[in-house]
Write a protein that binds this ligand. Structure first.
Ligand SMILES: [Zn+2]
Length: 122
C-alpha cells in the first residue's frame, strides 16, 4: 500500500512525538509547581507584587491549559500510530495527505494546514 509518509520519516515523527510528550509533561509539572508556590503566602505580597503574582499566575494557568491540550493531541497521535492507523498523516477533516514538512513541525496535528487555519479562524 502506497503511503505518503515513508517508514524512516515515520520513525522520526514517532521520536518527535515521544520527545514532545516528555517535554510537555515536564512543562506542565513545572508550571503546576509554580502555580502552587504563587498561590501560597498571598498575604505577604504588597499590592503591586500581588498583582504581578496574579498576572504570572494567570499566564501560567493559560500555559498549562495550552500544554495540556497539546499533550492530549500528542498522545492521541501516538495512539493512532500504535494502533497502526493507516489514516495517520492524512487530514482528519478533508482526507488530504499532510506533507512531511508539516508533520515534522507539528506531528500532533491531525489536520492539514488549510483545515487548521479554518479552525483557528472560527
Ligand atoms: Zn484538511
Amino acid at each position: 500500500m502506497e503511503h505518503t509518509v515513508q517508514d524512516e520519516q515515520m520513525q522520526l515523527i514517532i521520536q518527535r512525538l515521544h520527545k514532545l510528550q516528555h517535554d510537555l509533561s515536564e512543562e506542565i509539572t513545572g508550571l503546576r509547581e509554580m502555580l502552587a508556590e504563587v498561590g501560597g503566602d498571598r498575604e505577604q505580597f504588597d499590592t503591586s507584587e500581588r498583582s504581578d503574582a496574579l498576572q504570572q499566575r494567570n499566564m501560567a494557568k493559560a500555559n498549562v491549559m495550552l500544554s495540556e491540550r497539546r499533550l492530549h493531541l500528542v498522545e492521541a497521535a501516538l495512539r493512532r500510530i500504535d494502533e497502526g492507523d493507516e489514516d495517520f498523516g492524512y487530514c482528519r477533516s478533508c482526507d488530504a495527505s499532510i506533507p512531511f514538512a508539516r508533520l515534522s513541525v507539528r506531528p500532533e496535528s491531525p489536520l492539514c494546514m488549510s483545515c487548521q487555519q479554518q479552525q483557528e479562524v472560527r
